[in-house]
Ligand binder design. Structure first.
Ligand SMILES: Nc1ncnc2c1ncn2[C@@H]1O[C@H](COP(=O)(O)OP(=O)(O)OP(=O)(O)O)[C@@H](O)[C@H]1O
Ligand SMILES: [Mg+2]
Length: 311
């Protein structure tokens, strides 16, 4: 069943590539069921060859699903109109390098059916949004990788989409350029656009996205709200000036205590537990230096999720 509360919804989506001559099969995406709520930043993460690109190509009908179903804003992807609200930045895109930036946006605007007058009106604003106002008349062959990705993003936005599907949007872009792209995307999120990115960069998804799905060898291995996934790994209270007797008491209450340069790091399994620990620290005259979700990163979760499945 599909609902319009989800920008993307899939049910048992699968893709098997069959080599034409040798009859070898590659199961690129296996039984993938996923929901992407409207208005969120969603990251599909996975190593090279995990099936991320195949997944989005199926959503866009660039590749036909072997089985399963999918909907975009509640519309079956078998209907052409399901793609109307979608802006797409393919991975490894090759825009015609003889075009200028403005010429390229004009070309893709025409492909998406925008009348010439409307294209003329929108292009300066799009170039401005992606920080390329001074480059509109310059040929694409002179653009850096970061500029090409930003122009690609402007191309994906030309028809004012409600859902952006970006395949490795910051691949090959330096950290400052990556930050610029994320800033632009955050502005779009503020306008209600849903952003779905494919990435093989754990750090990018961890810092930019609210939701994550992790794929490995065609299968979904972990999915959820990142804050909840990371919160599940407990909290750390850094404290100083604590007497040994109260440390023993805190340890007996189920916390793990590690020595640090300035005092101790107390690891609690839940926020309630961490609050009790902080009450005890104060009662014992100690000082709380910091309190934060434990240092588990998406990488830890990724490694754990894939190890648990034994693949
Ligand atoms: N047209 C195709 N024909 C046959 N096999 C394919 C085809 N396209 C992709 N594959 C295979 O499907 C699997 C998934 O590839 P896909 O490109 O979807 O992964 P990905 O997660 O996007 O990887 P990357 O991070 O490298 O972009 C790989 O094993 C790949 O070799
Ligand atoms: Mg890919």
């Amino acid at each position: 069943m599909s609902t319009t509360d989800n920008a993307i919804e899939t049910e048992g989506l699968e893709k098997i590539y069959r080599a034409r001559f040798r009859g070898k099969e590659v199961k690129a995406v296996c039984n993938l069921t996923l929901r992407v709520p409207v208005g969120v930043k969603f990251g599909l993460l996975g190593p090279n060859g995990a099936g991320k690109t195949t997944f989005v190509k199926m959503l866009l009908s660039a590749v036909h699903a072997s089985s399963g179903s999918a909907w975009i804003f509640g519309k079956d992807i078998r209907l052409d109109e399901s793609r109307r609200p979608v802006g797409y930045l393919p991975e490894n895109h090759r825009f015609p390098t003889y075009l200028t930036g403005a010429g390229m946006l004009n070309f893709y605007g025409a492909l998406s059916g925008l009348p010439a007058g409307e294209r003329r009106k929108r292009i300066p604003g799009l170039l401005k949004l992606v920080g390329l106002s001074d480059w509109g008349r310059v040929r694409i062959k002179k653009y850096s990788k970061g500029m090409l990705q930003r122009l690609g993003l402007a191309q994906a936005l030309v028809h004012h989409p409600k859902l952006l599907i970006l395949d490795e949007p910051t691949d090959g872009v330096d950290p400052a350029g990556r930050r610029e792209i994320h800033d632009i995307l955050n502005r779009l999120i503020g306008k209600g656009v849903t952003v779905f990115i494919n990435s093989h960069l754990l750090s990018e998804v961890e810092s930019f996205c609210e939701y994550v799905a992790i794929m490995r060898q065609g299968k979904l291995v972990l999915e959820g709200k990142i804050s909840q996934l990371l919160a599940g790994s407990g909290f750390t209270v850094n404290a100083s000036r604590l007497p040994v007797s109260s440390l023993n008491e805190i340890r007996a209450a189920g916390a793990i205590i590690l020595s640090t340069a300035n005092g101790v790091a107390i690891q609690s399994p839940s926020s309630e537990h961490a609050n009790l620990v902080m009450d005890r620290i104060r009662a014992a005259g100690g000082s709380i230096e910091s309190f934060a979700p434990s240092g588990a990163s998406l990488e830890d979760l990724f490694l754990k999720a894939t190890a648990e499945r034994g693949d």
